[in-house]
Design a protein around this ligand. Structure first.
Ligand code: ATP
Length: 352
């Protein structure tokens, strides 16, 4: 019987609500396929920061390294600046475990209405491959600074050939498994070093994938086209910052932040990958019991896919698809319903 050790970091706000609600469902779905899931919980995040002055302990990465994968709920707190949560937990894990692929599927499911007119379920189905370890979020050891004398702030971006090639190659490989269409997004008209370099790498790697049709878009045009013609996208590859921004557009046009899953993947198995819903801690709805757990369940599906537990992954994904496609099923308020988190999970349970 296959067994996987998973580190669970529920985090803050609605993170623990959706993670705790979904966990028994996930463990049950795995058990149905003969897979044992052993979870260990780590209560790190902003509460931990307010008590200890750091988001997680110094040996956090050593402890997490022991696991097959990590599941994260959400981190964020109204009293803690966002850059503290990002630099204190998310970025160290993504960079420390070389999780260079941030994979974010955007699917308009049956039963979900897009805010875009004229879009039917199935019309929108693309995946964003966001570079996750360097680019605009790179830390170039001390070069970043705020100049006290002149009120000047300097922030650099770093694009290495190794880092760019590997995310671009991962996106091309995904395109060969999908519709064979790849859109590379840059701002190479304005950023004449980093983004022109990115374009060159895309051109080089494309020679290895002659069957993939490549489109290049500037990020401003891409933001417009994701609204104007989202049905034409298949695989999108973008830098750390651009990928981050565009995936929030993707989440909105496919119905709700509460439906968007993601994986921070380290291909190769040397380190654990980390899976998390795209949404944040949502302080406006915390404690009300109405957080949508579906992004969490879909993120668990991505986790099992990565662990090559295809059946568990497919069962969890299909339970969500079936529920959304059923008019009479409970829905949380973000999807226009009046059900709570627990009801939605109980309904999924009955479908599994
Ligand atoms: P962050 O923690 O990233 O700073 P946030 O939680 O304020 O962000 P988002 O996660 O981007 O912001 O979510 C924006 C809004 O979308 C939330 O304030 C909430 O109203 C809604 N939302 C997000 N996730 C969910 C969810 N799972 N269920 C229901 N509503 C959600």
């Amino acid at each position: 019987m296959a067994s996987h050790n998973i580190a669970v970091v529920p985090g803050d706000g609605i993170g623990p609500e959706v993670v705790d609600a979904a966990l028994p469902l996930v463990e049950g779905a795995a058990a149905d396929s003969g897979v044992t899931v052993e979870t260990t919980r780590f209560d790190w995040g902003t509460e931990y920061y307010l008590d200890h002055g750091e988001m997680m302990p110094d040996d956090a990465l050593d402890r997490l390294a022991e696991f097959d994968a990590i599941f994260l709920g959400a981190v964020g707190h109204p009293d803690v600046p966002d850059h503290v949560t990002l630099h204190g937990l998310l970025l160290p894990i993504r960079k420390g475990f070389d999780q260079y692929v941030c994979k974010r599927p955007n699917v308009l499911f049956e039963g979900i209405e897009s805010p875009l007119r004229g879009y039917e379920p199935g019309d929108i189905d693309f995946v964003v491959y966001r570079e996750n370890t360097e680019g605009e979020y790179a830390d170039v050891g001390g070069r970043e600074h705020r100049g006290l004398a002149h009120e000047t702030a300097v922030q650099s971006a770093v694009f290495t050939r190794r880092g760019t090639e590997r995310i671009v190659r991962a996106a091309f490989e995904a395109a060969t498994r999908r519709e064979g269409h790849l859109t590379s997004i840059t701002k190479s008209n304005a950023q004449a070093h980093s983004m022109v370099f990115w374009d060159e790498v895309v051109a080089d790697v494309s020679e290895e994938f002659p069957s993939v049709d490549v489109e290049r878009l500037l990020v401003d045009a891409a933001a417009m086209d994701l609204i104007r013609r989202p049905h034409e996208f298949d695989v999108v590859v973008a830098s750390n910052l651009f990928g981050d921004v565009l995936t929030d557009i993707g989440a909105q046009i496919t119905g709700s932040m509460g439906l968007a899953p993601s994986g921070n993947v380290h291909p190769g198995g040397e380190y654990p990958s980390m899976f998390e819903p795209v949404h944040g801690s949502a302080p406006d709805i915390v404690g009300e019991g109405v957080a949508n757990p579906l992004a969490t369940v879909l993120s668990w599906s991505l986790l099992f896919e990565d662990l090559e537990e295809q059946r568990v992954a497919a069962d969890l994904w299909q339970a969500v698809v079936d529920q959304l496609g059923d008019d009479s099923a409970p829905r949380t308020p973000d999807l226009g319903g009046d059900a709570g988190t627990e009801q939605v999970v109980a309904d999924l349970q009955s479908r599994l």
